[in-house]
Design a protein around this ligand. Sequence first.
Ligand code: SF4
Length: 332
Amino acid sequence: MSQKFSTLLLKWYAQCGRDLPWRHKGGAHPNPYIVFVSELMLQQTTVKTVLSYFDRFIKRFGDVKTLAEAPLEEVYLYWQGLGYYTRAKSLHQSAQTVMSDFGGRFPNTREDVSKLKGFGPYTVASFLALAFNQPETVVDGNVMRIMARLDHLTSPLDEVLPFLRRKAESLTDPNNAADYASAIMDLGATVCTKTKPKCDACPVRVFCKSKSSVDVEQIPMRKKMTKKRVEGYVYIVQNTQGEVLIRKRCEPGLLSGLYEFLWSEKPLFDEAVDTKKTVSHIFTHIDMTLKIYEMTTDTPIGDGFFVPWDKLSEYAFSTLMQKVIQKYNHKG
Ligand code: SF4
């Protein structure tokens, strides 16, 4: 069965698979660096979003040496808008590891690739498959969904996880690992989608026990993740020259190393005026809403410093803080 499943899937991929810059239909990508960058960019981010940043990033950081030698702040600037900046930091650090520990050549064993920062089991498998055509199985949410639907498994996902992994491995075509990995990901992204799967157009429907079933959208069954709600205050502090106060976030965590306006979960300044504007942003486990306040002072606060508004683009801000800038400057 496995051979026929992969044969049908690969045939479909050759005709309908997406052409993406980090892929090379028919085998490994000739430039592992391209795959390397794409792997970290694609974590928690859609292909569509990554595509709008990828070329610009590669134009500036054309190879692993250039990336390793670039200041992290500049990498952040080119990452701006992709969110999850810890990935940018990991990418930069991993580029330095490739230069220092592997002489600038990308490692091609599971053990060595696992030493790269930000490369967990999924990313290692995907990198080895796409960059070196090694017989690795990629198992992400898309693949899990397909595997569960093939057998019409209605049990909670965490109960069937080990089975799904084994099934995914058994179906992988070891001789065409790069194309197979891309094909199964494309199938999940474009055909066997979370909602409204296109079973009529599915190349592997003959193997599927869920095809066009009424409960197909409920498979696999997931527990609902509850997000923590956080509310807070963000302050647009300006001096009498009209410059705005920003600071570099040094506290460890998701947004460390990025610039921000002063903000807190508790009110910071009694004299600040409520602009009646708010911004919301959803992080992985947090649903955050900030009320925007404004105030004027010529005295820098804490480790903050004043910069002209038209120079803000030279600093890397989180997506949340970019939303603050847009919302604050939006009239009405
Ligand atoms: S037949 Fe439908 S449910 Fe089954 S794998 Fe294909 S798209 Fe998914």
